[in-house]
Design a protein around this ligand. Sequence first.
Ligand code: KG4
Ligand code: ZN
Length: 340
Amino acid sequence: MSAPLILGIESSCDETGVALVRGNDLLVDAVASSVDEHARFGGIIPEVASRAHLEAMVPTLERALDEAGVRLSDVDAIAVTAGPGLVGPLTVGASAAKALAVALGKPLYGVNHVVGHAAVDQLVHGEFPERFMALVVSGGHSSLLLVDDIATDVTELGSTLDDAAGEAFDKVGRLLGLPYPGGPHVDRLAREGDPTAIRFPRGLTAAKDQAKHMYDFSFSGLKTAVARWVEAHTDSGAPIPTADVAASFAAAVADVLTAKTIAACERNGVDTLVIGGGFSANSQLRDLAAERCAAAGITLRIPPIRYCTDNGAMIAALGSAVVRAGVAPSSLDIPVDSSM
Ligand code: KG4
Ligand code: ZN
């Protein structure tokens, strides 16, 4: 018997995603983004994002079914992002998923978006090993997860205490006068600079912080240090070496993320690391993770970038794992949870 057909719906931020997954096979992944609309405001306004989801949800669902050549009645279960994310956008996706579950008489599974960022890798690189580490980094989250079973047993070892990695990049991008979202622009600029030019602080790596926050991250002090440095140089009248600033900042972020992650792998006897989330596109992180994983004998899995940014495939992938694990469906009155 073939594995159940899972419809996945994602709407936690600015991407409306609808995907179909059977087992670990992705049939279709349809995404509509409202990022261009948000660029006009220099950030995401939840009400604008909610309205964009409301408009895009049904057309994206129709496109997914059409491209996969699947009828709604073929769907066996519906998975939806229950959190974390923005309440308004999450509510649009959850409402659509609940309506489908009721209309089709099929079970509903509310799943965790951050875990979904790791789960999607199973569609690309195959079944997960028994135990692995996942680093999920984006504009909204920076989390280190110890995964014993992607469907039932995920432990968050640490997360950011303030800004997410992508968010810090976006803020530094704004500081350097780069367009929104600044992350990819800072990355590009950093490749032209000297990463050792300025020694920016590595948040939560001092011995006293390590004791309490061994696997947590903090990037807001780093962002402030960059702002101070730029301010001091602006005052001095000297031209700002923006490429060196970007490179030194990017090096600090990549250093902390990889050092803490690899230490977590070693302490937990884990030899596979999955990196997911939109920030995994960052070349400084990719390069350093590849180098340090190779040195530590850790297998590094990073899905192609279209599966790292928010999408429906990650939610369908996690839904598929949850259904196969025999987890009970969610009740139809499940709330969305912005800080899940
Ligand atoms: O996962 P994602 O698409 O959306 C969120 O859930 O946040 O992640 C987007 C974030 C943004 O902050 C963006 O600036 C950042 O990831 N980002 C990058 C790069 N590509 C995307 N940051 C640094 N370097 C990149 N190459
Ligand atoms: Zn995300």
